[in-house]
Design a protein around this ligand. Structure first.
Ligand SMILES: *Cc1c(COP(=O)(O)O)cnc(C)c1O
Length: 378
């Protein structure tokens, strides 16, 4: 069943009456997705990646809901993200910084009870020196590179550290690595990276291990190790493109119709006159643009939807607005102030991303700051 996009009765002077677009984020769906992933990987544990403001959806809203669902390990990219997250996630919930400590920030990790992911010999040495200065062992996560060449110790670097004493001042609470091609189940790199990781895991016996993010979870139990680190799947993105997505959609984006017009055949539309109407047409101007993350690559490519009817973008995406062809809707059924779906039941984030020539991750993390955001809990 399709639910027509509609703005709830907007009271005068409310944010809703003023909003050019409304972004609805279903926190209950995020919690349900986490529970489904946790059940799939059990008895392995399931963490949550809430970097980039929980993929644009608002980490301060998302993380506490995940904690209430049972998640106890959270990953962000930057220390500043972790410090902000600590305000809404009390200890003993674990917060880890994927980028590890920048030189001179070691003390801040301790001050805020944040775990660093130590990615390089320099980061291991810096944190280990800090442990020596304090005269106590410090908890940390170590990452080894299993074949992505982005973050993590190479095998020779790990061997040099094992031969020295830098690791001795550290209590390693997790050993992680990251897959480069997990969204392609048939890619040979998956099994190859798993084997490289297994060999490294054997060199750090007793340290819990973690290899998989969202897509890796769906490569099977061999890839689950002790902890998985999903981000995208929590937010409803399809973990394996082309396969049925069992996760619940999380985001709905409704744009406001600002103006309607009827135009004759061959009317030019938008900047650069890159499009002309094929016949007599009805056009609607909607209040989202590339400044809101409605990417310019959707020019003459994307679409809005209303009640199962596709309403194609015509012409270029402007900074603050788009024009859509609404001729397919029965006359008189759309008025200024009404809503059209930009992300919704007929067009999920992944579908919009395909139209834009990108991936759902980029659509989510580009979602605009001007949207009126509504968080729903059911
Ligand atoms: C971003 C990230 C994740 C989460 O990836 P998804 O594909 O969004 O599940 C997990 N681990 C690391 C190291 C990451 O950088």
């Amino acid at each position: 069943m399709t639910v027509m996009p509609s703005f709830p009765q907007a009271r005068e002077h409310s944010g809703l009456a003023r909003a050019g677009a409304v972004l609805t984020i279903d926190l209950a769906a995020i919690a349900a997705n986490w529970r489904a992933l946790a059940a799939r990987v059990g008895p392995s544990r399931c963490g949550a990646v809430v970097k980039a403001d929980a993929y644009g959806l608002g980490a301060e809203h998302v993380a506490p809901v995940l904690a209430a669902a049972g998640c106890d390990t959270f990953f962000v990219a930057h220390l500043d993200e972790a410090i902000a997250l600590r305000r809404v996630l009390p200890g003993p919930l674990r917060i880890a910084v994927l980028h590890g400590p920048l030189p001179g920030t070691e003390a801040e990790f301790l001050a805020h009870d944040i775990l660093p992911v130590l990615n390089s010999p320099e980061q291991v040495a810096g944190f280990s020196r800090h442990a020596a200065v304090l005269g106590r062992r410090l908890r940390a996560i170590v990452q080894t590179d299993s074949g992505m060449s982005r973050f993590g110790l190479s095998r020779p670097e790990l061997e040099r550290l094992l031969a020295g004493d830098a690791l001795q001042g550290l209590d390693l609470v997790l050993h992680m690595s990251h897959l480069a091609c997990a969204d392609e189940p048939g890619h040979g790199a998956n099994a190859a990276q798993r084997q490289v990781f297994l060999d490294a895991v054997a060199r750090l016996p007793g340290v819990p291990a973690s290899l998989s993010a969202s897509s890796g979870i769906f490569l099977g139990a061999d890839f689950h190790f002790d902890l998985v680190r999903p981000g995208a799947a929590l937010y409803g993105l399809a973990p394996q493109p082309g396969m049925a997505n069992a996760l619940r959609p999380v985001v709905r984006l409704e744009g406001r119709v600002l103006q309607l017009r009827e135009v004759p055949s061959a009317t030019a539309v938008g900047y650069g006159h890159t499009a002309r109407t094929a016949g007599k047409a009805r056009l609607a101007t909607v209040g989202v643009g590339y400044a809101d993350g409605f990417l310019r690559s959707l020019s003459n490519a994307g679409a809005a939807w209303r009640g199962g009817v596709r309403l194609p973008v015509i012409g270029r995406i402007s900074m603050d607005s788009i024009v859509i062809d609404v001729s397919a809707l029965p006359e008189g059924t759309l008025s200024p102030g009404d809503a059209v779906d930009l992300i919704g039941p007929e067009q999920d984030v992944d579908a919009l991303a395909r139209a834009a020539g990108t991936i759902g991750y980029e659509i989510l993390t580009s979602l605009g700051a001007r949207y009126l955001r509504r968080y729903v809990h059911h």
